[in-house]
Design a protein around this ligand. Structure first.
Ligand SMILES: Nc1nc2c(ncn2[C@@H]2O[C@H](COP(=O)(O)OP(=O)(O)OP(=O)(O)O)[C@@H](O)[C@H]2O)c(=O)[nH]1
Ligand SMILES: [Mg+2]
Length: 312
């Protein structure tokens, strides 16, 4: 399960639609490239295999994963002796691979601080608004911290989201020490009995060492001041940057410990298959998918739904 409360059955169709919309470009391109090869009765011959290979590579599943899937499909097709649906087999196999991605951390009753990290422009601040909206919808008390003090505009942007959502934002002037902002935020969160404190951070720092020091300092403040709280670092990646997102993620993993990934802007790419590569190659839980610019455009990552939305 995904570290979040079970989605009630009433809201499930809505989330499914949102996921479908988010993956529509990827889906459209896959369908176009595959032609009718996944339709019932179509053989899994050389031509179908080649088309599928090209389509999966085009969706950015990566070479190793694509070859693995094709191999499994061959085995399944051979075992089925006719009467199979290639589409169903493929959805099952992709879901199976995705299910091997490390599971998200267990949900606990403790209050939580989430540090949201990632390079500039990937969608951190927007994703924070989405996370806040979802926590509010679950009835939790939420507070935001403007830990990206690098630009005044970043503080303003978060403040604006706070006003729109009706959530408090702890801020200082631009140029302030982010760790000091986080210190204030933790005190405020405790005084206000907040259950979720979400911290924006700057992605635009002078160099790797600077970034590492700053994130480590923030984390130390949280660990010292928020005793008994759960602390998570969520890495936001931009799906539209393709393989570059993987490179970015590896860089971040060198400087900070990361508990999970939020893949933003999935709606803006036909290469949604990169989720598979991210999960498998980084061995990190993929927690959320960003599928638009509005606060409600966030879905949980669920292997089976994701695989189905790709191909069905
Ligand atoms: N289509 C789409 N756009 C998104 C999504 N998430 C964020 N964006 C857009 O991406 C742009 C950058 O988002 P921000 O949230 O400002 O990114 P950031 O990482 O906070 O950027 P910096 O603070 O400059 O480092 C904005 O125009 C957002 O509306 C998404 O899931 N889908
Ligand atoms: Mg920002």
């Amino acid at each position: 399960m995904n570290g979040e409360p079970e989605t009630d059955t009433a809201s499930r169709p809505r989330l499914w639609e949102r996921l479908r919309r988010g993956l529509s470009r990827t889906h459209a391109r896959l369908v176009e490239q595959l032609g009718g090869s996944l339709e019932p009765g179509e053989p899994f011959d050389e031509e179908a295999r080649a088309r599928l290979e090209e389509a999966l590579l085009g969706a950015d599943l990566g070479l190793a994963t694509t070859e693995l899937l094709l191999g499994r499909l061959e085995t399944r097709v051979a075992a089925a002796r006719g009467g199979y649906s290639l589409r169903e087999l493929l959805v099952e196999e992709i879901a199976g691979l995705l299910a091997q991605i490390p599971a998200p951390p267990e949900e606990s009753a403790a209050p939580r601080v989430t540090l949201v990290v990632g390079v500039n422009g990937v969608g951190k601040t927007t994703s924070i608004a989405k996370l806040a909206a979802r926590e509010l919808a679950a009835g939790r008390r939420v507070l935001l911290a403007a830990g990206d003090t690098f630009r005044a505009a970043a503080i303003e942007q978060l403040t604006l989201w706070g006003e729109r959502l009706g959530v408090g934002v702890i801020r200082q002037a631009a140029g302030a020490d982010p760790a000091a902002v986080v210190y204030d935020a933790v005190q405020a969160a405790r005084a206000r009995r907040v259950e979720r404190l979400i911290v924006d951070t700057a992605g635009r720092l002078h160099n790797k060492e600077h970034l590492m020091n700053e994130l480590a300092k923030i984390r130390r403040v949280v660990e010292r001041e928020a005793v008994g709280w759960e602390c998570r670092t969520l890495l936001v990646l931009d799906a539209t940057t393709g393989q570059n997102a993987l490179t970015q993620a590896r860089e971040f993993l060198r400087v900070a410990s990361v508990d999970g990934v939020l893949l933003a802007k999935l709606d803006g790419t036909a290469k949604g298959g990169m989720v598979v590569a991210i999960g498998r190659e980084l061995q990190l839980p993929v927690l959320y998918l960003g599928v638009g610019e509005k606060p409600e455009d966030l879905v949980d990552f669920r292997p089976r739904d994701f695989a189905a939305a790709l191909l069905e």
